[in-house]
Design a protein around this ligand. Structure first.
Ligand SMILES: *Cc1c(COP(=O)(O)O)cnc(C)c1O
Length: 374
């Protein structure tokens, strides 16, 4: 028994490293970069990605849930690890055991941490999430002073930071980014007057578009994986410097020629208009290749684009290789990445299905075997 699939995600570790260096230099001297490695490193494998960033000096990592932080620690990742969306009060043990930094926004979480700290005779650093216009997690800025009062009455808590998040920083013209930054400044002053903590709000979009939002630390995700948060429309200067680190390969299973007028795949949503040579490839929606790409996707064969014909099935799809010279079973097919002089980016795929590179990377990366190069 062996467990090799026809399909392979390839992660270029040197690309991750180069992106980290670029973002770190953009953040500037003395501004740490928290590498966001949630969702298994945006599909790149969180432990390998974190290790690549660590080789370039990264010492702060961010995940969404506690269990992800535990995977990082068990994989040998050191440094600070932030758990950004919360934890169950009965999971407090693990935060101490693995020396994690929780982000909190409720009294309940604060009390549970304080009790845990007292039981161990230890202290735990916490960061507070404020909602400055994202319309998502966090307390409102106006609630911060009272929240800080409650927290400072709880033993064992070290209030070490305040954070927020931007909804539109990928757009350099966005008004909400400026107003969020404005709304973030009283909480930062409040924190700094009363405690010795740090403030952070900048995601990739802000690092690239709003240098004034860097505060004491930045939190970068998508840019570290090689994409601009604004997608294909983003300013070329930056996107040219980022290195997309993920590629997705498979190979042709079968090549056959159909007469004009033949229906292809479920529902016969594609009908051949001419004598058509079709390659069957072993990639379907189970592999994260969205069914929304039916009759819309493109792949590379012999360095040329070949369109997806008909519906994408669970484990297979069909591409038109009529105009490509001598494709045969076993030939390499690239669904994401470069082949010859052609390439397909996650933004390219995302545009076809009204999505974003983030989702494409998660879907492909987290549903296929990964190999690492560089
Ligand atoms: C994912 C995430 C980021 C990174 O966002 P990008 O747009 O990928 O740079 C920053 N902060 C928080 C809290 C996040 O969850």
């Amino acid at each position: 028994m062996h467990d090799h699939s026809f399909n392979r995600i390839r992660i270029d570790l040197s690309g991750l490293e180069s992106n980290y260096r670029l973002i770190s230099s953009r953040a500037g001297l003395n501004i740490p970069v928290m590498a966001m490695v949630k969702a298994d490193g945006y599909g790149h494998g969180m432990v390998r990605a974190a290790q690549a960033f660590a080789r370039c000096g990264c010492a702060v990592f961010g995940v969404a849930e506690l269990r992800e932080a535990v995977v990082l620690r068990q994989g040998g990742v050191g440094g600070d690890i932030y758990v950004t969306i919360g934890f169950d009060t009965d999971e407090v043990d693990a935060l101490f055991e693995y020396q994690l930094t929780p982000v909190i926004y409720s009294h309940e979480a604060a009390r549970a941490l304080s009790a845990g700290a007292l039981a161990r005779g230890r202290e735990i650093g916490v960061h507070i999430k404020v909602d400055t216009g994202m319309g998502r997690l966090g307390i409102f800025p106006a609630e911060l002073p009272a929240f800080l009062d409650v927290l400072s009455g709880l033993e064992g808590l070290k209030i070490s930071g305040v954070m927020s998040h931007f909804p539109e920083s990928d757009d350099p013209e966005s008004k909400s980014t400026k107003s969020a930054l404005h709304a973030f400044s009283p909480p930062c002053r409040e924190l700094q007057n009363r405690f010795s903590g740090i403030c952070h709000i900048a995601n990739s979009g802000a690092v690239l578009n709003f240098p004034e939002a860097r505060c004491d630390m930045v939190r970068a995700g998508i840019a570290l994986y090689g994409y601009h948060p604004a997608g294909e429309g983003a300013a070329r200067d930056m996107t040219d410097l980022l290195v997309p680190a993920m590629s997705f390969y498979t190979r042709i299973l079968q090549v056959k020629t159909f007469p004009a007028g033949t229906g292809i795949s479920y529902g016969h949503t594609f009908r051949t208009k001419r004598v058509t040579r079709i390659a069957v490839i072993p990639v379907g929606y189970e592999d994260g290749y969205s069914r929304a790409l039916s009759n819309k996707g493109q792949v590379l064969v012999h360095g040329q684009r070949a369109p997806v014909c008909g519906r994408i099935c669970m484990n297979m799809c069909m591409v038109d290789v009529t105009d490509i010279k001598d494709p045969v079973p076993g030939d390499e097919v690239v669904l994401l990445g470069r082949q010859g002089i052609e390439s397909i980016s996650a933004d390219d795929i995302a545009r076809r299905i009204d999505s974003i590179s983030y989702e494409v990377l998660c879907m492909l990366g987290n549903n296929n075997q990964r190999e690492y190069i560089g």
